[in-house]
Design a protein around this ligand. Structure first.
Ligand SMILES: [Zn+2]
Length: 136
């Protein structure tokens, strides 16, 4: 639950997001029809690589052999709100409607340029990992 909630706290901080190319993800995301296209495949691969990298990074930074499964589950829960946006776009039903509304409301409206966004995200991850190792 803490992992899932952390997604929204972190989304509230101005950051950089890469753009998605296909209608279910990008502009006009209310589209309930999935159309297989090169853009959709590119987005799915990008999102998959991003998710795997995030989970691997969380395990590398925070896990011990005993805690690795719990860290992996926490990282997956922290990522989950974004794939749920996709599920909402193809199946706009409750509770996804309320979750989507909350997600859009809490997400920072300020988008950082990629250099500032990536460097601030690295700095944020470094501060969190230093804090976590100090607490351990
Ligand atoms: Zn999000």
């Amino acid at each position: 639950m803490a992992g899932f909630a952390s997604h929204f706290a972190i989304d509230a901080i101005p950051h950089w997001d890469y753009s998605l190319r296909s209608p279910p993800f990008g502009k006009g995301a209310d589209h309930p029809h999935l159309k297989l296209s090169r853009a959709l495949l590119f987005d799915l691969v990008s999102i998959g690589v991003d998710a795997c990298a995030g989970i691997a990074l969380a395990i590398w930074l925070f896990a011990t052999p005993a805690s690795a499964p719990a860290i992996a589950l926490g990282a997956m829960a922290a990522i989950l709100p974004d794939p749920l946006q996709f599920v909402h776009s193809v199946c706009p039903q409750e509770p996804l409607i309320t979750l989507q509304r909350f997600h859009e409301r809490i997400h920072s409206k300020r988008k950082l340029a990629w250099k500032l966004g990536v460097s601030s995200q690295i700095a944020f991850a470094a501060v969190v990992s230093i804090f976590a190792s100090a607490v351990r």
